[in-house]
Design a protein around this ligand. Structure first.
Ligand code: ZN
Ligand code: ZN
Length: 338
C-alpha cells in the first residue's frame, strides 16, 4: 500500500513532516522524503527505512514499484490528486494494478490505543484549562481577535504545538455562523459569545466549545441555551459501545425537536478526533458505524438563529467499555457573565 496522506504516514511511521510518501508491505515500510525532511524523518520514523529523494517523490515511488515488480498496490483515493495518480500509474507501468484503499487508514485510526488516549487526554486538559483561564478576559470592550490570540498564546505556553484549527471567537449575531472567524468586532453587553478551541499535542487534537452570555439573558436566550445543553447531555449519555453513531445524533436532534428548534440545528452532532480534528467516526444522521471502546468523538449540537445568534456546546469524549468519559472537563454551567 502506498501512503500519501500525511495523517496516515504519521500514524504508520511516526514521521510528521508535511511532505513524504510511504510504502507499507506486511511488516516492512519505506519512507521517501525530500532533502528538507531527511533528518526529521530519520529521527521520527524509528525502525523504518528512510530514503532521501531529490527527483520528485511520486515519480520515484512509481519507478521503485516498477523495478520491484509489484503487482497489486493500494493507494489513497481520497487523498492522491488526479495528476499525481496519473504520473504514478505512468511511472509504475502496466504491470501494477492499482487498488483504491482510501478508507483503511481512517478506519484503523478511529480506534485509539492507550498511548493515543493519554495524549488526547492531555490535549483536552490543556484546552479546558486555557478556556477557564481566558474566561475573565471575555468581557465587553474586548475584540474577538484578541480573545482568540490570548487562547492560542496560552495553549502554546501550556505545551501545545499549535491550535488544532483556527480558534473560533464569535459574538452577538455573528454567533449564528457556525464557523465564524474571529473579527475585530468588540464584545458587547447583551452578546452571546461562542468560543471553539482545540490544541495539538504530540500530533493529536482536542476540541471544545462553550457559549457564554454577557449580561443578563432574556428568557428566550435562556431557553435556547437550556435546549442545547439538554440535547448535548442526552447525546453524551447515548454514546456507548455498540450504539450506531446515527443514534447518538438522533438523541440530540430529538431533544431539540421537542422544543421546535431542530430545524436550526444545521450540522451533524459530532466527529471523531485524533491526528486530524475531523476524523472517523462521524456522528451524523446516516452514519451506521457502531461506536467502540477507544473511539474518541465530539458531541456538539448547536442552534443558530439568524439575527439573534447561536448556541453550541461541545465536548470531546472517549467511548469506554461501559459508556463514555468526558475529556474536556471545562465548566458548562457558569455561562452567564454579568
Ligand atoms: Zn470545535
Ligand atoms: Zn468539533
Amino acid at each position: 500500500m502506498l501512503l500519501t496522506d500525511p495523517a496516515n504516514i504519521f500514524y504508520f511511521t511516526g514521521f510528521r513532516g508535511s511532505a513524504g510518501v510511504a510504502y507499507v508491505e506486511g511488516p516492512e515500510a519505506v519512507l521517501w522524503v525530500d532533502p528538507r525532511y531527511t533528518l526529521q524523518a530519520r529521527e521520527q520514523a524509528r525502525g523504518i527505512e528512510v530514503v532521501e529523494v531529490r527527483t520528485g517523490l511520486i515519480r520515484f515511488a512509481g519507478r521503485w514499484l516498477r523495478r520491484g515488480g509489484r503487482q497489486r498496490v493500494g493507494y489513497e483515493d481520497g487523498h492522491l490528486s488526479c495528476r499525481d495518480f496519473l504520473q504514478l500509474r505512468q511511472e509504475a507501468g502496466k504491470t501494477v494494478t492499482w487498488v483504491a484503499e482510501g478508507k483503511i487508514g481512517r478506519a484503523l485510526r478511529a480506534v485509539k490505543d492507550e498511548e493515543e488516549i493519554q495524549t488526547i487526554r492531555r490535549a483536552c486538559a490543556i484546552t479546558s484549562k486555557v478556556y477557564e483561564e481566558v474566561l475573565p478576559r471575555v468581557r465587553p470592550g474586548v475584540k474577538e481577535l484578541d480573545v482568540a490570540a490570548e487562547i492560542e498564546y496560552r495553549m502554546k505556553r501550556e505545551g501545545a504545538e499549535a491550535p488544532a484549527f483556527e480558534t473560533i471567537v464569535a459574538s452577538g449575531s455573528r454567533t449564528a455562523l457556525p464557523h465564524a472567524r474571529p473579527s475585530s468586532k468588540l464584545l458587547e453587553n447583551g452578546d452571546l459569545v461562542i468560543l471553539d478551541l482545540g490544541a495539538i499535542l504530540c500530533g493529536y487534537a482536542s476540541d471544545l466549545t462553550r457559549t457564554l452570555y454577557l449580561g443578563r439573558p432574556e428568557r428566550r436566550i435562556r431557553r435556547l441555551f437550556q435546549a442545547v445543553q439538554a440535547a448535548q447531555l442526552k447525546a453524551i449519555q447515548g454514546a456507548e459501545p455498540g450504539v450506531e453513531a446515527r443514534r447518538v445524533d438522533m438523541c440530540a436532534r430529538r431533544v431539540l425537536a421537542e422544543r421546535h428548534l431542530d430545524k436550526f440545528f444545521t450540522h451533524s452532532t459530532g466527529h471523531g478526533v485524533g491526528i486530524e480534528i475531523h476524523e472517523d467516526p462521524r456522528i451524523a444522521k446516516l452514519e451506521r458505524t457502531k461506536l467502540r471502546a477507544g473511539h474518541v468523538i465530539t458531541v456538539e449540537p448547536g442552534v443558530y438563529l439568524e439575527g439573534v445568534g447561536g448556541v453550541r456546546i461541545e465536548d470531546t469524549l472517549l467511548v469506554t467499555p461501559r459508556g463514555q468519559e468526558i475529556l474536556t472537563g471545562a465548566s458548562k454551567d457558569s455561562w452567564i457573565l454579568e
